[in-house]
Design a protein around this ligand. Structure first.
Ligand code: NDP
Length: 300
């Protein structure tokens, strides 16, 4: 199967690695060409010079870009995907995008007989490396079936969530929950640290109790307590996701003061900490406002 992958970023790159072997014939394109060159030198895929070159002859085209805006920008112009995408091809958008943009992209592609599914992923860069991502898919049954062979190369759980846009909506809500849990756990641990409780001890209790979450079980113990804050998923991208979730609640006119507040907090953290900060670094803002650092006082 001829597959093209566009967007070799923090998560796109390890996803694309799983498409380098049989039954796939892979072509890659990246805006910063040196990253694509490095990929092809390491893994042997075809280096595409433009999005149009990547789409030429491809049966399935995978995009993994920051937002739906960049995906839309990639479609048009002499070097754009639409210049060469063939009737019967399928665009699989693994960007954590927004549902409305995806419906618009799907409509444009359908006019040319090209299929579309939104297929954002969850599981982080480590899940991408291990090929164990969860993939949330939106699209019609036929398109989702066609996408499956590609998605199963890097995904362990492929879930068809509904029509086009449903994958992006589920992903945005999932990440809004991640953001809310991260922030609330950070506030609680800042207070406990100020009260003289070692946050490692506090987490031992929380993780054996009903307040546990991915933030308390993994993110904070592995990245905050030792002050390492590795950069794997940019805060700017989580801000975007929570903003999309808040937009979904507004569009559907459901009650969501908690998600609206979470969107406000992550917008502020993004502005304060900048484009390159990791999402877990949002905790730094809580530390700054509280005048306390959430650090373990030592290994047990
Ligand atoms: P990165 O910022 O690491 O990479 C972004 C990629 O998009 C790079 O390949 C970049 O190219 C490319 N790009 C940026 N702007 C443009 C543009 N205008 N035109 C063409 N290409 C562009 O992001 P991630 O890989 O972390 O994230 C990608 C998507 O996956 C996002 O939607 C994110 O929310 C989602 N995601 C990320 C996870 C993670 O753990 N990192 C987890 C789950 C989902 P260049 O090399 O030139 O900068």
């Amino acid at each position: 199967m001829r597959v093209s992958f566009l967007g070799l970023g923090a998560i796109g790159r390890p996803m694309a690695v799983h498409l380098t072997g049989s039954p796939f014939e892979l072509a890659v394109w990246n805006r910063t060409r040196s990253r694509a060159e490095e990929f092809t030198a390491a893994h042997g895929a075809r280096l595409a010079s433009t999005p149009a070159d990547a789409a030429r002859d491809a049966e399935v085209i995978v995009t993994c870009l920051p937002t739906s805006r960049e995906v839309k920008e990639l479609l048009d112009g002499p070097d754009g995907l639409l210049a060469t995408m063939r009737e019967g091809a399928l665009l699989v958008d693994c960007t954590s995008g927004d549902p409305e943009s995806s419906r618009e992209i799907a409509r444009r592609l359908a006019e040319r007989g090209i299929g579309f599914v939104d297929a954002p992923v969850s599981g982080g860069t480590s899940g991408a490396e291990a090929g164990t991502l969860t993939v949330m898919v939106g699209g019609d049954e036929h398109a989702v079936q066609r996408a499956r062979v590609v998605l199963e190369a890097f995904g362990k759980r492929i879930v068809h969530c509904g029509p086009v846009g449903a994958g992006h909506a589920v992903k945005a809500v999932n990440n809004a929950l991640l953001a809310a849990q991260l922030w609330a756990t950070g506030e609680g641990l800042a207070a406990l640290s100020a009260a003289g409780v070692d946050p490692r001890i506090a987490l031992e209790v929380i993780n054996a109790s009903s307040g546990r979450s991915n933030a308390s079980e993994n993110l904070i113990p592995q990245r905050v307590l030792d002050g390492s804050f590795p950069r794997t998923f940019r805060l700017a991208l989580l801000d975007k996701d929570v903003g999309i979730a808040a937009g979904v609640t507004r569009g559907e006119r459901t009650s969501a003061p908690m998600l609206q507040l979470t969107a406000e907090l992550f917008r502020l953290a993004h502005v304060e900490l900048g484009e390159e900060a990791d999402h877990v670094e949002s905790i730094r803002l809580i530390e700054r406002w509280s005048g306390v650092e959430i650090r373990s006082q030592g290994e047990e």
